[in-house]
Design a binder for this molecule. Structure first.
Ligand SMILES: Nc1nc2c(c(=O)[nH]1)N[C@H]1C(S)=C(S)[C@@H](COP(=O)(O)OP(=O)(O)OC[C@H]3O[C@@H](n4cnc5c(=O)[nH]c(N)nc54)[C@H](O)[C@@H]3O)O[C@H]1N2
Ligand SMILES: Nc1nc2c(c(=O)[nH]1)N[C@H]1C(S)=C(S)[C@@H](COP(=O)(O)OP(=O)(O)OC[C@H]3O[C@@H](n4cnc5c(=O)[nH]c(N)nc54)[C@H](O)[C@@H]3O)O[C@H]1N2
Ligand SMILES: [Mo]
Length: 778
């Protein structure tokens, strides 16, 4: 282990490390931060890709755009070559293009929803910088909610009040260690995901907390199609239910409670509204179908007796019911969280130590941490005068159908007509569903501008690419609620010549467009870091020891922020006295029945939680596509980030993303571990390398997200991804007309052995770079 201070600290979404350089000043190794007991191996992936062929080191303009002006043109985006230009030219082109679109069409024609994760650090937050810049030039069409759990965000606002205030502040692990007896995890406790934290991670806590809970005698039950969703050390019981059937399974549990009169009438009476409507639905009073354990067994594939036994255990023990965020990324993804909260209310332990419910334990490191709820200062994004927005995952719908109406959260809106897209931080060719459809949508705008640091599919599909820095190449502050360390992120390596910080790019553009002073407020980056730290200090005066000033933090490298003494129990005050601590719902109570939602009269989301049959699942028509694909988060990277790094590449099979399938399914198709297979449905196809394993249940295949999209055009015009990006297969449809969230996890496919010579993977190769013939302004 390295001794502290030998090497400077830098932080990423996956952790804090000490950076060692070689004799030439290049990053050669990342050492673990001495206070992180469970450092993430993802870090190692960056060492070999900060420079090299995938790094973009000069502004680039797509050849077709350069030659023919603002339009998709004959060579589609994603297939064209690029022309390098100077920063002066690039800034000039972008500034003029923004002005042209603003003048010819208005700011309503500019989409800068720019969804995605970018990099760790309070100041160099690419989307924050972009929004501040765009507001400075008159506003933009924005996006609302996240790909992570859009349906959860919308529904929990109705059921519990402001979800934003509680999303990361769940009952702490310490409370679970102290008092939980039974922990039932729908979607498991994916430790691979707890590696990550928004804004960065100082110390990883999830693995340690789970082990402490196990050692304290907590019994874990993993309700998931994938065994590895709860780590082997926890000796969890595995209930391998059919993907997408959790709500039916929970209804079976709820029905058992009611039929045995085990539900907590007192809690339901005191702390919830609308149980009666739900109760009538549960008993089938209107549709003639009681949602009994036998009914749930048919939907979920789990024997009725197992459902009945679990319901009894839940009531006789201190029970934590948890759901992973993935449950919201499926058709009708509003229902699982609503149903889980309803079930927990029926068990009656909400607000008790170690009891109730939790949403997203180990989805990210920040959840369930005991640390102090630090408040965070950020650069203001200013005011956006443009009203138009889209639910974040409706991007292809917007581009393909301008002017068309859509519903969102009880109201009607229409899609704006977008002429220019500006993206800084986020990769739509990673995160969006049905990439063949997105490609068609991407051909619509006149101009697409992206800030990127590497030649991923997002950069390759843009018209103007402005190359940006990465965390080790700039200074920043890591500060996160409940993380016990604030870190001074040092500039440990020089960025390649020709690469600029997002802030500097926007500063230059603002200067060109005449609002530099408004954008920078006259401050340099250093001055901003100081101001942000001072503001954070002023917002957090209740700490045991005051937060360091920037100069002190720089000297000390990091500050330990002592956690509060008591374990946190979500909704404890509310349980004690609901009248004195009302929730921010219309009734002030937990809304098992919501008059607001009932009043929307939607056919795909009622006024109480309910089962809706998904269009694609194993309980439906599986004649052509008999396998359910779960495209969950990758263990070896963060989404598409560092897919090109050594750590991710080590885990590929024949250079392709691994697909895990059950031995029975593999045998039926003559497939063995190591084979290359084609995964396909009516929307598209991709090639993967196979792992045969009984870690996944029969009928289910698992293919993580993250492989850089590597299209090879087929005869039908639709591309096959040679590299294994699952989003060529997934469905691009909203969860329901309530939340309109993404539904990546509702997807059926077939898998076939690929008997031809597999095409070469070109995902990690840069596009062709060529010389300029003609400038559009010449
Ligand atoms: N099939 C399927 N699809 C999914 C999911 C799924 O479960 N299944 N999950 C969804 C979820 S939950 C999410 S959150 C999304 C994630 O989707 P994204 O957040 O869009 O994915 P990332 O790969 O993290 O994209 C971040 C991009 O920002 C760039 N970047 C990094 N640092 C900087 C910086 O400092 N400045 C700038 N300008 N750029 C930077 C990176 O190179 C990268 O291209 O994917 C969604 N898509
Ligand atoms: N290493 C790493 N960690 C990450 C990320 C990453 O890219 N890499 N991404 C981060 C982000 S942005 C987010 S939003 C979180 C997401 O965190 P999650 O939403 O928890 O992510 P997933 O890995 O998609 O899903 C967890 C598990 O849910 C199970 N599952 C899927 N469908 C069903 C179902 O219908 N029923 C049941 N019971 N289980 C199901 C799958 O087996 C899957 O492994 O992860 C974060 N953490
Ligand atoms: Mo996410």
């Amino acid at each position: 282990m390295t001794s502290p201070k030998t090497f400077p600290l830098t932080s990423f979404h996956w952790g804090t490390y000490r950076a060692e350089l070689d004799g030439q000043g290049k990053l050669s190794k990342l050492h673990d931060f001495e206070h992180d007991d469970d450092p993430s191996p993802i870090g190692a992936g960056i060492v070999d890709v900060l420079d090299g062929p995938t790094r973009i080191t000069q502004p680039m303009v797509r050849k077709g755009w350069m030659e023919n002006g603002p339009q998709a043109g004959d060579t589609p985006r994603g297939e064209d070559s690029f022309v390098p230009v100077s920063w002066d030219t690039a800034i000039d082109l972008v500034a003029r293009e923004l002005q042209r679109v603003k003048k010819n069409y208005s700011n309503e024609a500019i989409y800068a929803g720019s969804y995605g994760w970018a990099s760790a650090g309070r100041f160099h937050h690419a989307q924050g910088q972009l929004k501040r810049f765009m507001n400075g030039m008159g506003g933009f069409v924005r996006s609302v909610n996240s790909y992570s759990l859009a349906a959860g965000e919308v529904i929990v606002d109705h059921v519990l009040g402001n979800y934003n205030e509680m999303i990361y502040r769940q009952t702490s692990w310490q409370s679970i260690i102290d008092d939980t007896e039974l922990f039932v995890a729908f979607g498991g406790l994916p430790l691979k995901n707890g590696q990550i934290g928004q804004g960065g991670v100082g110390r990883h806590r999830q693995a340690e907390a789970m082990q402490q809970a196990r050692d304290a005698g907590v019994k874990f039950v993993n309700v998931s199609p994938i065994r590895a969703d709860v780590t082997g050390d926890l000796d969890a019981d595995w209930i391998a239910l059919r993907p997408g059937s959790d709500v039916a399974f929970m209804l079976g549990l709820a029905h058992t409670l009611v039929s045995k009169n085990l539900h907590a009438r007192d809690f339901l009476e005191r702390c919830t509204v609308g149980f009666d409507q739900f109760h009538a639905y549960l008993l089938g009073e209107n549709d003639g179908q009681p949602k009994s354990a036998a009914w749930a067994a048919e939907k979920s594939g789990i024997p009725a007796q197992q459902i009945i036994d679990l319901a009894h255990q839940m009531c006789s023990k201190r029970t934590m019911l948890s759901a992973s965020w993935s449950l919201t990324r499926q058709e009708h993804g509003e229902q699982p969280f609503w149903m889980l909260i309803t079930l927990a209310a029926m068990v009656g332990q909400i607000g008790l130590s170690g009891g109730g419910f939790g949403l997203g334990y180990s989805a990210v490191n920040n959840i369930g941490l005991e640390g102090k709820d630090i408040k965070l200062a950020a650069m203001s994004q200013g005011h956006n005068p443009v009203d138009s927005f889209i639910p974040v995952a409706r991007i292809s719908d917007m581009l393909l159908n301008p002017g068309t109406e859509f519903s969102y959260n009880g109201a009607q809106y229409s899609y704006p007509d977008i002429k220019l897209i500006y993206w800084a931080g986020g990769n739509p060719f990673h995160h969006h569903q049905d990439l063949n459809r997105l490609r068609k949508a991407w051909a619509k705008p006149e101009t697409i501008i992206a800030h990127e640091w590497c030649w991923n599919s997002h950069a390759k599909h843009a018209d103007i690419v402005l190359p940006c820095t990465t965390p080790p190449e700039r200074e920043d502050l890591l500060l996160n609620p409940r993380d016990p360390y604030q870190i001074w992120m040092q500039k440990v390596v020089e960025p390649p010549k020709g690469v600029l910080d997002d802030f500097e790019i926007f500063r230059m553009l603002a200067a060109k467009l005449g609002f530099e002073e408004a954008f920078t407020e006259g401050r340099t980056q250093q001055e901003w870091l100081e101001v942000l730290q001072d503001r954070s200090r002023a917002m957090n005066t209740d700490l045991e020891e005051p937060m360091f000033k920037l100069s002190e933090l720089k000297d000390a490298e990091y500050q330990h922020i002592a956690p509060p003494q008591d374990a946190f129990i979500m909704l404890a005050d509310y349980r004690r006295n609901p009248e004195a601590h009302p929730l921010k719902t219309p009734s002030g109570k937990i809304e098992i029945g919501s008059r607001t939602i009932a009043g929307y009269n939607l056919t795909d989301c009622y006024g109480h939680p309910a089962w809706f049959e998904p269009q694609e699942w194993l309980g439906g028509d599986t004649s052509r596509h008999p396998l359910h694909i779960l495209s969950n988060q990758p263990k070896t990277k963060l989404h598409s980030q560092l897919d090109h790094g050594s750590y991710s590449r080590q885990h590929k099979i024949s250079e392709r993303e691994p697909l895990t399938m059950h031995p029975d399914d593999a045998a039926r198709r003559g497939v063995q571990s190591g084979d290359v297979v084609k995964v396909h449905n009516d929307r598209g196809a991709c090639l993967c390398g196979v792992i045969v394993s009984s870690e996944v249940m029969p009928g289910v295949v698992q293919l993580s997200t993250g492989a850089w999209y590597d299209p090879e055009k087929g005869a039908d015009g639709n591309a096959m991804c040679k590299h294994g990006n699952p989003n060529v297969l997934t469905l691009d449809r909203g969860t329901s007309t309530l939340a309109q969230g993404p539904i990546a996890h509702s997807c059926l496919v077939e898998v076939s052995l690929f008997t031809d010579t597999p095409p070469k993977v070109t995902a990690h190769q840069p596009p062709e770079i060529c010389a300029v013939n003609k400038r559009p302004d010449s």
